[in-house]
Every structure is written in C-alpha cells, then in structure tokens.
Design a protein around this ligand. Structure first.
Ligand SMILES: [Zn+2]
Length: 82
C-alpha cells in the first residue's frame, strides 16, 4: 500500500477518504430542499437543493492521514495537474 512520511512526526501516513464538503452545509442544503419542496412555487428549487445536498453528503476525497499525530494532508488532485 502507498504511504508517505508525516512531516510533523515522521510517522507513517496512509490514504483515507473523508467527506469533500462540510457535513453541516450538506445537511442544511437537504433541509432547505425539503422545506422548499413543500411549496408549489419552490418545488423545482427545492429538488435542486435536495439533490445538491445529497451529492455533497456522498462526495468524498482522498487525503493523507497520519496514524501517529492524526494530521491530515490533502492529496494533490491528479486531474488538476495537467
Ligand atoms: Zn504525524
């Protein structure tokens, strides 16, 4: 398994997955979506918020995680390196 050395404690870092977006923001989107969907005028916007919220809840990113000091470093996104 791929691993690097932690720059803080020289411990072993491993790849782990965390949520890409702030969880409370995602939940706020879902709640807003549900509330907006209750009214006829807001149903389209509400569904959009709901979908965005669910996608944000499920989207994850890979980071380097240190087992020793629990520090987390963002991995360089390979897609953005071009
Ligand atoms: Zn460390």
């Amino acid at each position: 398994m791929e691993s690097i050395q932690c720059h803080l404690c020289n411990g072993q870092m491993e790849i782990t997955q965390v949520l890409r977006y702030n969880k409370s923001v995602s939940i706020l989107f879902v709640v807003l979506g549900v509330l907006l969907s209750l009214s006829v005028a807001g149903i389209i916007l509400g569904i959009l918020f709901l979908i965005a919220g669910v996608v944000m809840c499920k989207t994850k990113k890979e980071v380097w995680y240190c087992n020793s000091c629990k520090s987390i470093i963002d991995r360089v996104d390979k897609v953005l390196q071009s």
